[in-house]
Write a protein that binds this ligand. Structure first.
Ligand code: KE4
Length: 428
């Protein structure tokens, strides 16, 4: 059995100065009834905590570390970049290089602006969509999470769902008044909404693969239906690919499912573990942005050379032939192995996977939406989480988060994870 004495000490100290001792609630381990672990270092597929315990890591900083921790090429590029200075508050050639790679890869993106987080990307994309259409209503989906934007913290997923505050206090009624929500994977509900007020809908923002209620893929034809509806009513369709962008495929979920939105939000992988977000789309929409157009949006450290270097190096590695096929095959092996382990122990689970993101739902039924995810046996999930943790496997500390595999996860790590899961499922 592992102990976390040093983490405990660090947690007590942290709670004096930082609310809940964490700088993001998703890290609080709230739904697995233990105090958060303080990590100290990572290498490849492994992360090591303050007590020296090592784990095979499937959180990967919540998605960004698709090459694993401390990839030598990324570290070397950061070291040489830092010696030249960390930023200048002027344009740099690096930013154009990253923007070009993104625009070439993502079908919906002709122009892109870099920011510092997925939240900023979603917030800015919505402002742009409202300016472009002259309308105010925005539509989001129950259980989807787009960062802590006031108008989107309504029936939100991820940490909001984990901590039971899907609609956050502090969001003004005015900010919430123009937001509508619909169940995910329910095209009829969206059609009804549009029949009523489609002419006033500025934007629909959706995770093309929902990752913040656990990994919930779109059902057959769903994204095409959303695309047709928004086209018919002249609403901007925004794919929030902060999690799926360059994760499920080189050009994101929009290439995987063959549906091209009007705008796309990105983050996580494009920063390679450093803070980068981005929003992009058709040139005619993006040209409304200051300083060309009147829609204001800005950021002191947007496009920061260090962060852009980590992202650029990461995408360079991902552009090698065969990388995504290998990632998918490895994740399929893991997902299948976990499912088989659960079945042989008689534990009902529903397994989902898209590319190298996956979830094992503790549910006897398929999970297609928030209602399905919320019906999961979260107590059994918590015991599964703890059992794996004691066996050196670290998955996200919530049923409502997706797991991720990196290029550093080899056969050995997958087999070790499945063996650990076989023991834990038997205990459940
Ligand atoms: P950030 O502002 O946290 O960079 O991005 C917000 C965001 C936007 N859109 C999607 C689809 C996202 O998944 C996220 C952030 N995801 C969570 C984990 N599910 C980040 C973890 C955290 O909040 O600490």
């Amino acid at each position: 059995m592992r102990n976390w004495e040093r983490s405990q000490e660090l947690f007590e100290e942290a709670k004096q100065y930082i609310p809940g001792g964490v700088n993001s609630p998703a890290r609080a381990f709230g739904s697995v009834a233990m105090d958060p672990i303080f990590m100290e270092r990572g290498r490849g597929a492994y992360v090591y905590d303050a007590d020296g315990n090592g784990y095979i890591d499937y959180v990967l900083s919540w998605g960004p570390l698709i090459l694993g921790h401390a990839h030598p090429d990324v570290v070397a590029a950061l070291q040489s970049r830092a010696r030249l200075g960390t930023g200048f508050g002027t344009p740099t050639e690096l930013e154009t290089e990253l923007a070009r790679v993104i625009a070439d890869a993502v079908p919906s993106i002709e122009q892109v602006r870099l920011v510092n987080s997925g939240t900023e990307a979603a917030m800015s994309a919505l402002r742009l969509a409202r300016a472009y259409t002259g309308r105010e209503i925005i539509v989001k989906f129950d259980g989807c999470y787009h960062g802590h934007v006031d108008s989107l913290l309504i029936k939100a997923g991820s940490g909001a769902l984990t901590h039971g505050e899907p609609t956050s206090p502090g969001v003004s009624s005015a900010a919430a008044a123009q937001t509508r929500t619909c169940p995910y994977n329910d095209l009829e509900a969206l059609k009804d909404l549009f029949a009523g007020e489609g002419e006033q809908v500025a934007a629909v923002i959706i995770e093309p693969v929902a990752g913040n209620m656990g990994c919930v893929p779109p059902r057959e034809g769903y994204l095409q239906g959303v695309r047709e509806l928004t086209e018919r009513y002249g609403s901007v369709l925004i794919f929030d690919e902060v999690m799926t962008g360059f994760r499920v495929a080189w050009g994101g979920a929009q290439t995987l499912f063959g549906v091209t939105p009007d705008m796309t939000c990105l983050g996580k992988v494009i920063g390679g573990g450093l803070p980068v977000g981005a929003f992009g789309g058709k040139r005619e929409i993006m040209q409304l942005l200051s300083p060309v157009g009147a829609v204001y949006q800005a950021g002191t450290l947007s496009g920061n050379p260090l962060a852009v270097t980590a992202g650029h190096e990461t995408l360079a590695s991902l552009s090698e032939p065969g990388v995504y096929e290998a990632l998918s095959a490895r994740t399929e092996q893991l997902s299948w192995g976990l499912l088989r382990a659960a079945e042989s122990a008689g534990v009902p689970v529903y397994a989902t996977r898209v590319g190298s993101m996956f979830t094992t739902f503790f549910s006897e039924h398929p999970v297609y939406d928030l209602a399905g995810a919320s019906a999961c046996n979260t107590d059994r999930f918590a015991r599964f989480f703890m059992g794996l943790l004691h066996r050196g496997v670290y998955i996200a500390p919530s049923q409502f988060e997706s797991g991720f595999v990196s290029t550093a996860h080899g056969e050995g790590e997958i087999e070790q994870t499945i063996a650990a899961a076989e023991e834990v499922f038997r205990e459940l």
